[in-house]
Design a protein around this ligand. Sequence first.
Ligand SMILES: [Zn+2]
Length: 139
Amino acid sequence: MHTRKYGGVSQTRIASIMQCMFPYKQFAEAEAETSKKAAEVEHILVAATSTSRCVPADGNTHQGMPQWTQSERQKFQAVLLQCSCWEVDYANEFIKSTKCGMQTSNPDSICDACLVVSLDDSLLHAIRKVRLCIVVLSY
Ligand SMILES: [Zn+2]
């Protein structure tokens, strides 16, 4: 399984998505407060939103993602992917647009979606932040 990071999604938005998807988990008070308004918007976007505070059969009450069930992690990653502009595939060492069609006839082999993402402020900020040498590739 490849490790992926989804880019262009703020920590506040990630927190609000978590709240929407898993209302049965008791997230930290500060986190809940900052994402309260954003969470209302996320209800529209998150199809898997549950309003029940009952823990489902494929869930648990752990707050930390490493302790979530596999089902919870998969659902969360699917929603995050929908909200992301770009993703990092660490295993294969590339970044691509989440809208990448994985094929292009462009001479440089970088599709239009990935070209746009290569200029995205959130990506450039992330690159500067981690100070990694990253090559934007496409198929
Ligand atoms: Zn692409």
